[in-house]
Every structure is written in C-alpha cells, then in structure tokens.
Design a protein around this ligand. Structure first.
Ligand code: ZN
Length: 448
C-alpha cells in the first residue's frame, strides 16, 4: 500500500517501479531520480537566466531539450529540426501626450495599448466612450478590446484602482502571433464631461522576435497518425535588473516548469523502449506559456487536432501535493473521461491502496485555462494539465525563490513513473478518451 511519507524518504518509488514492471509487458527504460535531477539542473540553473521567451538564456534550454530528444531516439516532428520557430510581434507604447480642453493630462492619468505607428487624434476623428461611476469598467474595456477599433475612453475616477491595475498589466506592451491592425485604445482617468478640445499623440514600436517550441515524435506502429501528446512549457519569466548584482534576480522556474519539461524528456526516454507502441507519441515543450499560452496557441494552428488523441500537459510537479508525495491531480477532470481511464489503469496494481489521480483541488484558480492544455482543449482535444503544486500556498510561485533546492526529486520521479504507467493503454490504443467540448476561440483584441 502506498502511504504518505513520514520523514525524508519516499516510500512510493519502489512500489511505483514494482507495478510499472510487473504489469507492463515491455521492458521500458527506468526513470531515475538522477536523470530527473540532471534535467532540472540543466534547465533551471542561473545560466538560463530565467528562460524568458524573448531572452537569450532560453536558447540554452531549447538546445538541451533538442539534444535529449535526439538522444532518446525521437524524430523531429516539424521537418528537419526539433525546433518549431514562429514570429511574435511585440507592441510597446512610445511616449504619448494627451490634452483635454487645452490642459495636458499627466502620464499617470492615461495609458495606451495598440499597434498604430502614429496616433494623432482630435475630438472629431476618434470614437469617445465614457465609463461612468456606476458602469462596469471591466465589461466595457473587454468589449472595446475585442472590437479592436480606435477608441478613447474617459474613465470616472471612482474606477482608479481597476484603471491602475490595467495600466500596470499593460505597461510592458502587448504580444501577438499576428501583425496587429494598426489601431489604438487610450484610457484617460478624468471626471471631465464636456470635451471642447482633444489632442492625443503618440504611437507604438513594433518588435519582432522568433521563438521556438521543441518537438520530437516516436512513430506508432499501426496508427502513426494518432498522437498521444506529452507536453510542458520550457519558458519562464526571466530576470529583473542586473544578474550580477549580488542579490537573486533570476526567476529560475525550477518547479514552473522545468519539472514538467524533465517529465516530458524522461517519458520520451521511457517510451522509446516500449515495443507495443501502436499510436505515435508526440513530446513537445512550449515557449511563451508565460506570455499567454502563445507557443501552444501557435502549435494548435499547425496541426490537425483530430489526430491528437490525448494531451498530458505537465505543470509544476516538483513539490508534493496536498494529497501526499508522489500524488498528482488533473485539471478539468470532469470535461473528458481521461482521468477516469487513468484511474482505471491504476486500479489493478494498486487495488489495495488509496492511490488515485485526483481532481484539481483549486477550482477557483481556473487552472484548466491557465496552462498550455487550454490551447488544444479549444480544439476539442482531451487535453489536461497534471500537477502537484499547492498553488494556494506556494510561496515560490513566480518568485525568484522557485529554485532547484526547493524541489523534492523523489516525489517528482514517482509522479513521472505513475504517468508512464497509466498512459500506456492510451499509447497501445486499448483506450481512447472522449473528445471534450471545445472551448470558445480566443478574442483577437489588443491584449487578450
Ligand atoms: Zn507553468
């Protein structure tokens, strides 16, 4: 029986290995703590500089993943390369000036978002909207955002807090997979009702960067065009200020999501040795997850989603879950029967135990929408994230303290082993999870 660990040592490893070997009619490579640790060290050490998608350090991680995919015997999924490159457009506001009724507005009282080279508005050539005291700020801004037209919004000062929140969120500009239409949205915090004179001048600088997903495949024997997907994201949020200042400024992202990337690499090593691989297995790590799931969104545009049978997106498995070390939970469990199948696959060897893959215990966090599984779920793929992080009290989440030293590699290895076990009947095509109800398409507005 699997029990929660009492002190420093895990009790799950040996058992997980035991049932993986005893039930699996193939000899698969063993997943070891040493390999898992080595991957995380390669991905999350300071030299990768927090792996910002548009930074330099992430290239080290991409090269490492490519080399490990190659060493694991994967073929490139996209043409000749393990890298799937794509363009990302970044729009940053230049200094703007705004004057109303011949009075200049101070820069803290307005912000601009958009993609226009040149904005030169007066009271006659732009649509003006007012958000009054009792209006729903969020709803109006969201509506204007999704319409993507030129628009000036005068915001009653009662909404100052939300206004500041949006301004702060948008101050580093916006990013898009496609070239934007050249419009702008400018919000001004003012109680002025009558506009006799208006002047808004400014523009946006466009930068284009190339980002890379990393993908390799093990081809299936009899159903090569049906894919079981294991994924994670290899980007994180970079660093702030100077990296050699003596204080820690690097957001290593050891748990988020070097842990998941290591799982993907180790599952590739594991499955390479599997004989009865009827379906193909796609191993992919996404970039720009932290910029809004952009790497996986791009990937979703380049595939036939009907060929994707299931997606295991692995997010933050480096620390023990509230259910105990080695135990995982899954987002959106109720949306498909994938979780039910996985638990069925556990039930035989662990019949006497309390081991099960749990439903996401943090529904308020909307985690189903907050990782790359959502990009394929939008297309109807039974795509879920697997995690163990205690998101409601994880003090290291998106902090510089998300360090390698905070991870529990034994429990993390256990999770990967269990995954390697429960996913096998999907790979051998004995099981096919039901498609999920596709999520609505993303809005094509300025900022989401
Ligand atoms: Zn993440």
């Amino acid at each position: 029986m699997i029990t929660m660990r009492k002190s420093g040592q895990t009790t799950l490893s040996a058992l997980a290995l035991f049932f993986a070997q005893s039930l699996t009619p193939v000899s698969a490579a063993e997943i070891t703590v040493e390999q898992v640790l080595a991957d995380v060290v390669a991905l999350a050490s300071d030299n990768t500089l927090g792996r910002a998608a548009d930074g330099d350090g992430i290239k080290i991680a991409e090269q490492y993943i490519s080399e490990e995919f190659k060493a694991a015997g994967l073929q490139p999924f996209f043409g000749q390369s393990y890298l799937q490159g794509f363009n990302l457009f970044h729009y940053q506001a230049d200094p703007f000036s705004v004057a109303i009724n011949d009075t200049a507005i101070s820069p803290e009282q307005f912000f601009a978002v958009g993609s226009a080279d040149n904005v030169d508005w007066d009271q006659d050539n732009v649509t003006i909207t007012r958000i009054e005291k009792d209006d729903d700020f969020r709803a109006i801004v969201t509506g204007l955002n999704s319409r993507g037209e030129n628009s000036l919004v005068l915001v009653d000062s009662v909404h100052q807090q939300l206004f500041n929140g949006f301004a702060n969120y948008l101050k580093s500009g916006t990013k898009s997979l496609t070239k934007r239409n050249g419009n702008a949205l400018v919000l001004v915090l003012t109680d002025t009702q009558e506009i006799s004179q208006l002047s808004v001048k400014g523009g946006f600088t466009q930068q284009q960067v190339t980002l890379n997903n990393v993908a390799g495949v093990l081809k299936g024997k009899t159903r090569p065009n049906e894919y079981v997907v294991f994924s994670a994201h290899h980007d994180h949020i970079g660093f702030q200020g100077e990296t050699d200042s003596g204080t820690d400024t690097i957001y290593n992202g050891a748990n988020d999501d070097a842990s998941g990337v290591s799982a993907v690499i180790n599952l590739a090593r594991f499955y390479r040795a599997m004989e009865n691989r009827e379906r193909s297995i796609l191993f992919i790590t996404f970039t720009a997850e932290e910029m809004g799931l952009l790497g996986s969104e791009y990937f979703g545009k380049t595939i036939n989603a009907d060929e994707m049978i299931a997606m295991f997106n692995i997010e933050m498995i480096g620390k023990a879950s509230q259910f105990g070390p080695g135990k995982m939970w899954m987002t959106g469990m109720e949306r498909s029967n994938l979780g039910e199948l996985l638990n069925r696959n556990l039930s035989e060897p662990l019949k006497q135990s309390d081991y099960r893959i749990e439903a996401d215990p943090y529904p308020d966090y909307q985690l189903f929408y907050r990782s790359d599984n959502a990009s394929l779920a939008r297309l109807g793929v039974p795509a879920h994230s697997i995690s163990s992080t205690q998101i409601s009290n994880d003090q290291d989440y998106h902090q510089v303290s998300d360090e390698i030293s905070t991870l529990d590699f034994a429990q993390m290895t256990d999770i990967i082993k269990v995954l390697s076990h429960v996913s096998q009947p999907i790979v051998t095509a004995e099981q096919t999870p039901k498609r999920i109800q596709p999520l609505p398409a993303r809005s094509q507005g300025y900022f989401f």
